[in-house]
Design a protein around this ligand. Sequence first.
Ligand code: S3P
Length: 445
Amino acid sequence: MTDRPPLQPATARRSPAMTGHARVPGDKSISHRALLLGGLAAGETRITGLLDGDDVLRTAAAMRAFGAQVDGAGGEWTVRGVGNGGLLEPEAPLDFGNSGTGVRLAMGLAGVYDMVTAFAGDASLSRRPMGRVLDPLRLMGVQVEATPGDRLPLTLRGPKTAAPITYRVPVASAQVKSAVLLAGLNAPGVTTVIEPVPTRDHTEKMLRGFGANVEIETGAGGLRHIRIKGQGRLTGQAIAVPGDPSSAAFVVVAALIVPGSDVVVENVLVNPTRTGLFDTLHEMGASIEMFNRRNSGGEDIADLRVRASELKSITVPPERAPSMIDEYPVLAVAAAFAEGETLMQGLDELRVKESDRLASVAAGLKANAVDCEEGKDWLLVRGSPEGRGLGGGTVETSSDHRVAMSFLVMGLTAENPVTVDDTGMIAASFPQFVDLMRGLGAEIE
Ligand code: S3P
């Protein structure tokens, strides 16, 4: 639905040591959830550190269309919510641009209301599967009119009264889990999500913070039952959004691979459901020191000191994928400069991200002379520690912000410059990326 803006290419070249202190923007997952729950809760929610990237601004606009008052800029936002059960029928289709999280969580939040809501997105989002969220909503009584293959644009018609369900999530997806829990907020009785593989738990944490009745039981092998009692009262909160580890990842990998670098990234979310990349890099021999560990609003936060390191290859186990699902593109770049063969497994979900990330990353690596092999759900990268002969190519980003940022990081230490065909969509998650990296010494133009 959204028109495609003109491409904005950029080139990164071999740079001097990266040094200094940086703060990355607020966590994207927490930012979406703060607006969704703030817009639903009674009273005022004050949010500091909100990511004001394109994806999150779409969620802010959607909450306005549902009747919430949402104001803010520069990270400081105030939301006056409608009260649980009080969302209004939007007058026009909600356009979520590039944002899978925004659209899937909003479909859960509003789909079960006795009203008609239409959802749309850009070309990339319209190719992504929505059935994973629509299936449980159908079980709750929602009628769906979707583009074939359960794609956007689509319209949801909620039932008079939603049926609470027990739903075992068939894919490791925090978005699916969250959509069902948010739908459960407006169903009478208890809605249960059964989660075989743990995924990011911000929704559960924040629901509790707003006063929802949520119980979590963890059984053998990490199997979790998450129960939410619907139709309770939610009350506005003060939320300080910590820095996004998925954005910090680019700064961290850049500092590791550019010789002589020494960078501190402050105020990074280190919730264990999100730190798979840092664990993996540690195993590869990275010098990443976490200090000033603290807890704010139930979330763990730390400052990270990162020093350039000689990386060794490893095999990343498939069960780690949910805790680093957005970080494989930049891990692949780190692996390109590590000694030996790095094997990443369990990557099937990468096929349905902002692009087919497994294909985009493998193609980008090959275009820049990195020796790699792509399988159905795995990627093997043969590293070249000094980056000799690497680079010199142009990467097709396929509207994928994380692919664009990853390959700009690669260009900072490859022997030859790396060009990406577009940077416009980086604003989805990290609008200040190029400026912040330049401030640390990166040569990107
Ligand atoms: C997210 C969950 C993940 C992740 C996305 C954000 C969330 O998606 O890739 O960037 O905020 O719940 P999936 O649930 O599809 O794995």
